[in-house]
Design a protein around this ligand. Structure first.
Ligand code: AMP
Length: 320
């Protein structure tokens, strides 16, 4: 796999078209320090390993997942220090398979550099295997929305648009996420979202624009497109389907999609042409976009190159 990284300044270019009227609005992520890559300063050498001596783990768990716990920490670089999140492999799970899985996730993250994707800072091999990442202190989007129901539609649109920018970046670099859902979008601030959890992600090859799974796994069926379920085929277009479900979760303030339904009932519903109803108070323009994301045939479904500008235009429209 070839490593690539775009410079932080490249990412700024997508704002070149930002309308005058919104330029003086509240601070955007790129106006703040949190937007910066930890390696934006050339004096801070890029490395994929973190020395345990440079890492301080703090009390308190940020969350837990398949591998173990995620803790808050401080990463001391040459000139600065940065708050980080540290995914710690469970001790009893130091078996080869889980370890390989975590290293594979790290391998994908290492190749990505975008403000709307949680960056990996490095791997630390110490008392446990640890994956050191940028910190997104406000946690998963679905939980945040459940607790902050007063949030404005404009704010939701801003966050969902940021996710689409991160996904457009993945699409441009031929990666499929395969687990895009509101639970895997983490918030740095109420106005700054980042895509996380690359445990199921795959790098696509030049020749093939999809990944074919060998069999059915423990899959988030309610977020999966028909071609994933029927042919085990995963592409940027199947991520677009998941993005539609993520939009539905966001505008419904963190509700569970297809509530009370079993996986096979959801599959039947989709196959029969039915789709989820619009969440209460969802702007009709955004519901139309969700339904576009739920186009049955992957070929006819828009890519993130289409979805992202739609969201950007709508966000600018309501920001006037
Ligand atoms: P995961 O194993 O990636 O699903 O992570 C489990 C939980 O840990 C997430 O749901 C978050 O609450 C938390 N978490 C993971 N990564 C981060 C991060 N970079 N910043 C803050 N919290 C995180």
């Amino acid at each position: 796999m070839t490593a690539f990284r775009s410079k932080t300044t490249d990412n700024l270019n997508q704002y070149a078209t930002r309308p005058e009227s919104t330029k003086n609005a509240e601070a955007m992520p790129m106006d703040t320090e949190v937007y910066e890559s930890p390696y934006a300063d050339p004096d801070e050498l890029r490395t994929s390993t973190v020395d345990r001596k440079q890492l301080i783990l703090e009390d308190g768990e940020l969350g837990s997942g398949n591998f173990g716990t995620v803790m808050k920490g401080i990463y001391k670089m040459r000139k600065t220090e940065k708050q980080v999140a540290v995914k710690i492999l469970k001790n009893d799970d130091n078996n080869a398979a889980v370890r390989d899985e975590m290293l594979r996730e790290a391998g994908v993250m290492q190749q990505l550099d975008n403000p709307y994707i949680v960056r990996m800072i490095g791997i630390c091999e110490a008392e446990n295997l640890m994956l050191v990442m940028e910190l997104a202190d406000l946690g998963p989007l679905n939980k945040f929305l459940q607790k902050n129901r007063q949030i404005a539609v404009r704010n939701i649109t801003e966050l969902v648009h940021q996710v689409s920018m991160g996904m457009k970046y993945l699409e441009e670099h031929n990666f499929v996420h395969r687990d895009l859902a509101a639970r895997n979008v983490l918030l740095v601030t109420q106005h700054y979202a980042k895509i996380s959890d690359f445990g199921l992600s795959k790098a696509l090859t030049e020749e093939e624009n999809y990944y074919k799974a060998k069999g059915h796994g423990k899959w988030p069926v309610k977020w999966y497109a028909p071609e994933c379920m029927n042919f085990f085929k995963f592409s940027c277009k199947s991520d677009v389907w998941s993005f539609g479900v993520l939009m539905w979760e966001a505008y419904s303030l963190g509700q569970k999609p297809y509530k009370g339904m079993k996986g096979n009932e959801v599959i039947q519903m989709i196959e029969s042409g039915e789709r989820m109803a619009a969440p209460a108070n969802c702007p009709p323009e955004m519901y139309e976009l969700m339904k576009k994301c739920w186009t049955y045939k992957a070929d006819e479904r828009p890519g993130f190159n289409v979805v992202e500008p739609r969201l950007r235009d709508y966000y600018y429209d309501i920001s006037q």
